[in-house]
Design a binder for this molecule. Sequence first.
Ligand code: SF4
Length: 338
Amino acid sequence: MTTRYAARQPQLESLITTLGEPAYRARQLYEGLYRQRRPLDELTNIPRVLLARLADELPLAFTVDTMQLADDDTTAKWLWRAADGAQIETVLMRYSARATVCVSSQAGCAMGCTFCATGQAGFERHLSAGEIVEQVLRAQHASPQRVSNVVFMGMGEPLANTEAVLDACTRLHDDLGLSARHLTVSTVGMVPGIERLTEFELPVTLAVSLHAPDDALREQLVPLNRRYPLAAVLDAARAYAERKGRRVSFEYACIDGVNDLPHQADALAGRLTGFRGGAHVNLIPLNDTAGYPGRPSDGRRIAAFADRLRAGGVEATVRRNRGTAIDAACGQLRSRTP
Ligand code: SF4
C-alpha cells in the first residue's frame, strides 16, 4: 500500500478508477492535496464517503509523537513516528508573509559529526521522497503562511540519500510549485552527491557545512573529511556554482576557542576564492548538545570572525538560531521518545 504523499498523479488516477469514481475526482484530489496544500479531510468538493475510502487507501506515513512550539509560537517542531517505528523530526519556521520547513532526509545519520545530536545517535534508515514531501505538507497544514522555502537541514545527510532527496525536490517544485532556488540541499561534503546535484536539472541552492578552515580540524569535527578532504569538497562546490550559475552558501558552526580564531577566519577566506558569484558564509553559534563538550562562541567573537571574512572578500552573515528552546536548531535534531 502506498502512503498518501508517495502517490503521484498517475497513481491517484488509477486509484480513483479502481474505486469506480469518475476521472475528474483524481484531478480534484491532486489539486486539493498539492496545489491547494489542504489536508485530505478538508477537500470539501469530494464526497465524504469517498474521502473516508481515500483515507483508508492512502494512509499517512507518520503519526505525531509530539509537537512543540517556541519563539512566540512561530517555530514548531514535530517528532513523527513511521509504521516501522523510525522517528524523525521536522521544523516549521513562520515569518510574517511566508514560512520555511526544515526537513529530515534520514532517520538518524551515519556521518558522526562530533558536535551534532543526530550524529551522536547513529543511523537508522533513509527516508523516501514521499516521506519528505509529507513533512512539508503536514507542516504547511499548521501554517497560515504559505511555505515558500524548504531546507534539507534536519536529521540526516541529504546527499547520502541522494535519489530520494532529488525526487522530493522535483515533487516540491512540480507538485507544490516551489521555486528551485527556494529548495536548499545541505551537505557535510559528500563529493559524489554534489557531483550528482550538478547534473540535476533543477538549480536548487547548495549549502556546504564546513565548520573548519583546514583538514586537521575538520577531520575532528566532521569525520567524512577523511574520505573527502576540504579541497575536493570545495572543488565540487566550485563546479556546482559554475554549472548552475548559483552562489553556494557555506555553513559554519562557531565553537568557542576551537574554530573561531582570527587566523582561522583568514584561512577560511583564503580557501573560499574562485567561486562564481562569490562565496557566502553563514555563521551560526554552535548548539549545545549533551554529547559534545564545546561551547558556542559569543556574539562579539562571531562578529569579529565575520568582519575578517569580509575583509578577505567573502560575504558573511551571522545567523540567530531559531528553536533552541525546543532543540529544533541545526545540529540538535534527534528523535527521542519523550
Ligand atoms: S551535522 Fe548533519 S551530517 Fe553531521 S551528523 Fe549531524 S545530521 Fe549528520
